[in-house]
Design a binder for this molecule. Structure first.
Ligand code: ADP
Length: 259
C-alpha cells in the first residue's frame, strides 16, 4: 500500500484513462523512454484508487515461474509459494510489469489469458486455473526504442492493452517537477530544463538514451544540497549518458555555457 500521496503532475488526462481502464478491467500499457514518469504515475494511481501495488522490474532472466510461483523444500516438505502475479490476481492488486518486453517470452504467454475476457491465470505446475479478483489490474511498461537495441513487443501482445504514450514534459511542467522533487529555486530549475532540452535536440550525438526528467531531478537535488552547479550537472546528467570521451567533453563544454 502506498500511504503517502506520491507527487505526480498529470500531463494529459492519463489519470482518467487509467481510472476508466481499471473500471472496465482492461489492461494498460505505458509506452515511453526511461525516466518519463511511468512508474511514478502507477504509484500515484495506486494511491488514488487506494489499491495495493506490486511492481516487478523485468529483465532478460525474468521467467513465468518468477511471476507465478514455485515449489520450495521446507524441512521434509515441499510447499508451494505463490509468485507476485498469482498474489496480485488472488488479492485484487495492481500488478505493474516494468519493462515487460525485456522478460522471457514465457512471461507474455503466462499473462495472455489475464489480458482478455477470461481474466484467469493458469498455474501449470499445480494444474489449476485462478479467476482474477474483481479488483485485479495488469499494467505494463515498455520502451519503444527498438532501433536502439531495446526489445520489441509483438503487435498481437500490444493489442491486448489500452496504451498511453509518455514523453518528456513541456518546459514549464518539467521545471515544476524539478522544484517539487528537489526544492531547487525556479531560476535554476529553468536552467536545468534548458540543458535537458538542448541535449535532447542533439540527435547527431547518437546517444542510446537521452536526458530523462529523472536525470534532471538528480542534478537538481545535488544543487539543492550544496554541490556546485556545473559539477552537479556533469555527474548527474552528462556522465550517465555516455562513456565516449569526445562526447563527454562536448557535453561538458555545453553545460559550462548554460549554468
Ligand atoms: P520511468 O518509470 O518512466 O522510467 P519514473 O516514474 O521513475 O520513470 O520517473 C523518474 C522521475 O522523474 C520520478 O522519480 C520523478 O521525479 C520524475 N517525474 C517524471 N515525470 C513526472 C511527473 N509527470 N510528475 C512528477 N514527477 C515526474
Amino acid at each position: 500500500m502506498i500511504n503517502t500521496a506520491p507527487f505526480y503532475h498529470v500531463i494529459h488526462k492519463e489519470s482518467e484513462v487509467f481510472f476508466h481502464a481499471f473500471q472496465n478491467k482492461i489492461p494498460l500499457l505505458l509506452k515511453g523512454p526511461t525516466g518519463t514518469g511511468k512508474s511514478r504515475f502507477v504509484e500515484y494511481m495506486a494511491h488514488e484508487l487506494d489499491k495495493k501495488l506490486i511492481t516487478i522490474s523485468c529483465h532478460e532472466e525474468t521467467s513465468s515461474t518468477d511471476l507465478i510461483g514455485r515449489f520450495i523444500i521446507k524441512g521434509a516438505e515441499t510447499i508451494w509459494i505463490d509468485g507476485p502475479l498469482t498474489t496480485a490476481v488472488k488479492e485484487g492488486a495492481i500488478l505493474y510489469l516494468d519493462e515487460v518486453a525485456e522478460a522471457r517470452p514465457d512471461v507474455i504467454v503466462a499473462i495472455h489469458s489475464l489480458t482478455d475476457h477470461r481474466r484467469e491465470l493458469f498455474i501449470d505446475k499445480l494444474g489449476e486455473t485462478v479467476k482474477a479478483h474483481e479488483g485485479f489490474m495488469l499494467v505494463a511498461s515498455f520502451n519503444p526504442g527498438y532501433q536502439r537495441g531495446f526489445k520489441e513487443l509483438k503487435p498481437s501482445t500490444k493489442q491486448r492493452f489500452v496504451a498511453l504514450s509518455f514523453d518528456y514534459p513541456k518546459p514549464d511542467i518539467e521545471a515544476e517537477i524539478l522544484i517539487n522533487e528537489s526544492g531547487i529555486d525556479e531560476s535554476n530549475a529553468k536552467k536545468l530544463v534548458n540543458i535537458g532540452r538542448k541535449i535532447r535536440n542533439l540527435t547527431e550525438l547518437g546517444l542510446t538514451e537521452t536526458v530523462s526528467t529523472r536525470l534532471l531531478v538528480d542534478a537538481a537535488k545535488l544543487i539543492h544540497s550544496g554541490l556546485p552547479k556545473r559539477l552537479s550537472v556533469n555527474v548527474a546528467v552528462v556522465e550517465p549518458l555516455t562513456d565516449d570521451p569526445q562526447t563527454l567533453e562536448a557535453l561538458k563544454d555545453l553545460v559550462a555555457l548554460m549554468i
